[in-house]
Design a protein around this ligand. Structure first.
Ligand code: 13P
Ligand code: SF4
Length: 336
């Protein structure tokens, strides 16, 4: 990029989180993205909550654990991360020498934001006998204060890797923490954080839907609140939910998680019906506003200009890598 353009790009990213460049509407973005992948030896990783167009052009689509595993083993020179900031940051922690770009640097996460490192540090200091298990939906600063990281697909085995009498702090998701407490019989101390998307589902509306669709199964992500989880037929990570719809013989599902996952569910099961679980008001709040900041246009621009890029302090990065490595080791041993 020329100097003038570089200054404008930096300003755009600071103000908006992405390059604000007008694109020729006749440009075939799918072909362009494929071209850029080859030219730059780039891998495009996308979370299931990304819009369908992004999922369709990705090299790998997965849940947080799958994405971290792919990021760790890739030989690509550039990792293009279509997901939220903490996911791209995890890829950078695992791959400090690679360039990691994200379509929109402001694609954050309400759950991650609910746990600021200075506050959490104080909380941790008040419980010196506790180990810290942190859900991957947190900043590098929180990861650096943790003993081990977990995702929604390995949280149970990560927690069970500690002796039953080991006091544990679980952060930042109180809903996933409560679910794992119930599943393992532990009494972990829970940080009071939650996801704005998974807290919005209305039990009343789900109950009404179930009356109208008596054969439908309710499948839910463990970030949902306990009353929703209590009536769910299956609880799992996004990958777990998708796998369940493939192996289960039911024809209809009410899906209590972000709506992006429905794209892969419908592709994998064209004869089945998927109904997004309704939020408790009339907004589209079961769409994650952070995940949905990424668009195909922003994706193309970030690949073309290799910005916005994820960068971080090396001291934090090294401290954050340890608990992620520990998670990856425990997961590999468990065959995940
Ligand atoms: P997964 O572990 O299923 O990818 O969950 C990530 C997430 O952000 C859920 O809100
Ligand atoms: Fe964060 Fe919730 Fe969005 Fe997942 S769905 S990225 S937890 S705000």
């Amino acid at each position: 990029m020329e100097t003038e353009m570089l200054i404008a790009a930096k300003k755009d990213i600071e103000e908006n989180g992405f390059l604000d460049v007008e694109l020729d509407p006749t440009l075939d973005l799918f072909t362009e993205i494929e071209r850029l992948k080859k030219e730059k030896n780039a891998i495009l990783l996308a979370h299931y909550y990304q819009e369908p167009d992004i999922q369709d052009v990705a090299d790998y689509i997965g849940d947080s654990l799958g994405l971290a595993q792919q990021a760790e083993k890739t030989n690509a020179d550039m990792i293009v991360f279509a997901g939220v900031h903490f996911m791209a940051e995890t890829a950078k922690i695992l791959n400090p020498t690679k360039k990691v770009v994200i379509p929109d640097l402001k694609a954050g996460c309400s759950l991650s934001d609910s746990c600021p490192p200075p506050l959490f540090k104080k909380f941790k200091e008040q419980h010196p006998d506790h180990v810290v298990v942190s859900y991957i939906n947190c900043s590098a600063g929180i990861k650096a204060l943790s003993d081990v990281i977990c995702t929604s697909s390995n949280a149970k085995i990560i927690v069970e890797s500690f002796q039953k009498d080991q006091p544990i702090i679980f952060a930042p998701d109180k809903n996933l923490g409560a679910y794992i407490n119930k599943a393992t019989g532990r009494n972990m101390l829970l940080w009071n954080g939650a996801c704005m998307v998974h807290e919005i589902f209305s039990l009343e509306k789900i109950t009404r839907l179930k009356v109208r669709h008596p054969n439908a199964k309710l499948i839910a992500h463990p970030e949902c609140e306990e009353p929703v989880l209590r009536v769910a037929d299956y609880i799992g990570s996004t990958t777990g939910l998708l796998k369940f719809t493939r192996s289960d013989s039911t024809q209809e599902y009410i899906v209590a998680t972000e709506t992006g996952i429905l794209h892969q569910m419908m592709k994998a099961n064209p004869d089945k019906t998927f109904i997004p679980a309704p939020p408790n008001n009339s907004c589209a709040c079961n769409d994650c506003p952070h995940m949905k900041r990424n668009t195909l246009e922003k994706l193309y621009l970030c690949m073309e200009y290799e910005t916005p890029e994820i960068t971080m302090d090396d001291k934090v990065r090294l401290a954050a890598k340890k608990p992620i490595d520990r998670m990856l080791e425990i997961s590999a041993k468990a065959g995940l």
